[in-house]
Ligand binder design. Structure first.
Ligand SMILES: [Zn+2]
Length: 561
């Protein structure tokens, strides 16, 4: 009887459908996209962050950590059958010790567990070179860096898809697929979304040149637009761009405003094909939701979820159930919190395993420093940078290790002060997190002066009163007069009190970032007799502190103006 009644009413409904208007019969189909960016290996809850509310009041929020992020994502997905999770790059790289010490393998594992499906590459994905990035995708324990892969457990690689639409190899192909398709089986039939992923075209200036040799980073809008016909041919009902480039707003808020949007994403937006209506951005570490403003474009949505897993952007795209046309969309940033959405037990288990593994590594006392070695906030010469230069020289001074006579280090790469007293490994890691290796080369006196001149040719950064400098090791001094014209600002180069001879040959130790032309100092690429014994800069610092040190006095560069 029940079945008969049901069949009869179904028949009635089927007949009624022809007369009742479509929009009344079936509501729009909603697709949920959960997005974040710039996670940077923050498996554990990062330090509190200051946010400004709409009324101008400031307060701190504690938010993030992979287990909290996973739980927040699960909560947001509840009741949404059509959902996909994506990231706009810098998921790995510049990570805390718990992830960096293990080549970010646990972060990839965490991303697998929390259901990430598409991840655009960002600049930091290239920190350890392309071969190592490909290992992040495909897994395995092949060694492409000085650290030991698979140190805690085997590594199977990412189950999500890296996308790299503008990272072009010499053969014209991209290093990862440029785009991906996700099909949602809905009662209104399949809704298809195309995802394009890319990093900023300026990536080459932000990473160690030797790690990205042989690839170029193409224009963002041109690369994205070229994929639109292909995605349409594959049936895409909407196209979402995951781009590791972004903007900033006037204040760092909890992420739902767009006031005063500025930044490098803006010139890209008007060039994008109108079919790209949804843009998930990143790189600036800012959080915003911009809806259809003049800057963003009518009907368009531009979002970013800050950094470190503080926020998740919950995007909703609504489609006409009959034509599958995109009817509208909206988004909001949700605070991940510090456990308010719960803890994902599996992800927590992973994080706990790696926290236990890294604790003895991080807490090990490596030596003693008589006082805090301070960093200069404007990246000028500093006791911290000089201390690093001294450690590099000490590690490579012997003929066997390269026979270095002097060291130069980019002070921007020296991240924080090194606290005085007993120094722990985690303190030295925080100061030198990049894991560059030391390269010794021969430069003539002329080439050495050219390199020093080039550092002062870099335009002053917005608020800096001094240029960012190459900090020298003890015994190497020079004078600078910034009022002189470019190319003649550096004088009186001395090594152990003897004047540097233009025709003389000097063994100079640098990190591999500078040695391969980083920071625009091309003179270092002219070095000869290049020696790389595989010493990591951080290990050199650790060995130096182990001998017991006093912070240098930061008086090796004499600045006349
Ligand atoms: Zn970035």
């Amino acid at each position: 009887m029940m079945r008969k009644l049901f069949a009869a009413s179904a028949a009635f409904l089927a007949a009624a459908c022809t007369t009742i208007p479509q929009r009344q019969a079936t509501p729009p189909v909603e697709i949920q996209i959960l997005a974040f960016n710039d996670f940077h290996g923050n498996l554990e809850t990062p330090p509190p962050v200051d946010v400004t509310e709409a009324d101008g009041t400031k307060h701190k929020i504690v938010s993030g950590g992979a287990a909290h992020l996973a739980a927040a994502l699960s909560g947001l997905r509840a009741g949404h059958p059509n959902t996909v999770t994506v990231s706009a790059g810098d998921t790995i790289g510049a990570s805390p010790l718990i992830s960096a010490n293990y080549l970010d393998e646990p972060t990839i594992d965490a991303m697998n567990m929390l259901g990430l499906e598409f991840n655009s590459v960002g600049n930091h994905e290239f920190d350890k070179g392309i071969a190592e990035l490909k290992r992040m995708q495909s897994g395995g324990c092949a060694k492409y860096t000085l650290r030991t892969p698979c140190a805690v457990e085997p590594f199977a690689g990412a189950r999500f898809h890296y996308l790299a639409a503008n990272v072009v190899q010499e053969d014209g192909g991209t290093i990862f697929p440029p785009s991906g398709i996700k099909t949602f089986e809905t009662p209104a039939g399949p809704i298809i979304i195309g995802f394009i992923g890319m990093t900023l075209k300026g990536t080459k200036q932000l990473v160690t040149p030797s790690g990205v040799r042989g690839v170029s980073f193409a224009d963002e809008a041109a690369s994205a637009n070229a994929l639109v016909p292909k995605l349409k041919a594959e049936g895409a009902d909407a196209i979402v761009l995951l781009i590791h480039q972004g903007g900033k707003t006037t204040n760092f808020t909890t992420g739902n405003g767009c006031d005063g949007l500025y930044g490098d994403i803006l010139p890209i937006l008007p060039k994008l094909d109108p079919a790209i209506a949804t843009i998930v951005s990143g790189h600036t570490h800012w959080a915003y939701v911009c809806r259809g403003t003049q800057q963003v474009g009518a009907g368009r949505l531009l979002t970013s979820a800050g950094k470190y897993g503080y926020f998740v952007t919950d995007l909703r795209l609504r489609f006409n159930p009959r034509t599958h046309r995109l009817l509208g969309q909206d988004a909001s940033n949700v605070i991940v919190g510090n456990g308010e959405h719960g803890d994902d037990p599996a992800v927590k288990g992973l994080v706990d395993r790696y926290a236990a593994a890294v604790a003895p590594v991080g807490n090990r006392v490596i030596g003693h420093l008589t006082a805090t070695a301070r960093k200069n906030d404007e990246d000028g010469e500093s006791p911290a940078a000089d201390l690093v230069a001294d450690s590099m020289l000490a590690a490579t001074r012997t003929a066997e290790m390269g026979g270095a006579q002097l060291a130069l280090v980019n002070s921007t790469g020296v991240r924080v002060d090194l606290p005085g007293g007993d120094v722990r490994y985690k303190d030295s890691f925080a100061m030198m997190p990049f894991g560059n290796n030391l390269v010794v080369m021969t430069l003539t006196g002329t080439q050495l002066k050219a390199a020093l001149e080039q550092q002062y040719a870099i335009p002053l950064r917005a608020k800096a009163t001094r240029p960012t400098v190459l900090a020298p090791s003890a015994g190497f001094t020079y004078a600078v007069d910034l009022t002189k014209p470019e190319g003649s600002r550096v004088s009186d180069l001395r090594l152990n009190d003897a004047a540097v001879n233009p025709g003389g040959r000097y063994r100079v130790v640098l990190n591999n970032y500078l040695a391969s032309g980083g920071d625009g100092i091309s003179a270092f690429t002219e070095g000869t007799d290049v020696t790389d014994r595989g010493i990591i800069d951080l290990d050199a610092l650790v060995a130096w502190i182990a001998r017991g040190q006093t912070p240098p006095s930061d008086s090796r560069i004499r600045l006349s103006h």
